[in-house]
Design a binder for this molecule. Structure first.
Ligand code: FES
Ligand code: FES
Length: 150
C-alpha cells in the first residue's frame, strides 16, 4: 500500500506493508538517524516527532500516518547543532546512540513547555534511556538548552 506524508517538511510517498512500523519504513528509505534499540517500546532511541509530539517509531504503523508530519533530526539541523553543543560541553555525549531520540524529545519539550520545572523535564524525557551517561550530564545539558529551568 502507498502512504503519503510529510517527512521533514517534504512530501513523500512510501510503499509499505500494512503491518510495517515507521522505524522500518524510515530506515529502509535511508533515514538511519532513527535508531533501532529494543524494538519493543521501552528505550526511546527510535523517537521521531509526529505532528511535533515525540512518538516511538518502532510501535507506530506507517499506514496510520497518512497526511501527517514526521520530523527526524535530519529536518532540524540548527536546533540539533545547538543541543549537541550543550551535550558536548556538559560531557553528556558518549556513544551517542541515544542522542537523536533524546534531542527530538527535548526539542518537543521546549516547544510545548519552554519553561519547565526540573521535575517536568525529568518526566518528559523518562522514556529516553541512555546506557552510558548516568543522566546527570544530560540533565544539565538539557537545562542549558532550555535556557535555565527552575
Ligand atoms: S526501539 Fe523503539 S523504543 Fe526501543
Ligand atoms: S550516550 Fe550511549 S546510550 Fe546514551
Amino acid at each position: 500500500m502507498k502512504v503519503e506524508f510529510m517527512l521533514n517538511n517534504q512530501e513523500v510517498i512510501y510503499e509499505v506493508d500494512p503491518g510495517e512500523v515507521l522505524l522500518d519504513s524510515l530506515r529502509k528509505n535511508h533515514l538511519v538517524s532513527v535508531k533501532r534499540g529494543c524494538d519493543s517500546s521501552t528505550c526511546g532511541v527510535c523517537t521521531v516527532l509526529l505532528n511535533d509530539k515525540p512518538v516511538l517509531s518502532c510501535s507506530l504503523l506507517t499506514a496510520s500516518i497518512e497526511g501527517k508530519h514526521i520530523t527526524t533530526v535530519d529536518g532540524l539541523q540548527k536546533e540539533i547543532e545547538e543541543i549537541a553543543h550543550y551535550f558536548g560541553e556538559e560531557g553528556a555525549d558518549q556513544c551517542g546512540f541515544c542522542n537523536s531520540g533524546l534531542a527530538l524529545t527535548i526539542y518537543a519539550l521546549k516547544k510545548e513547555n519552554p519553561n519547565p520545572t526540573d521535575d517536568e523535564i525529568k518526566h518528559y524525557v523518562v522514556g529516553n534511556l541512555c546506557r552510558c551517561s548516568g543522566y546527570q550530564a544530560q540533565f544539565l545539558a538539557i537545562k542549558r538548552y532550555l535556557g535555565g529551568a527552575k
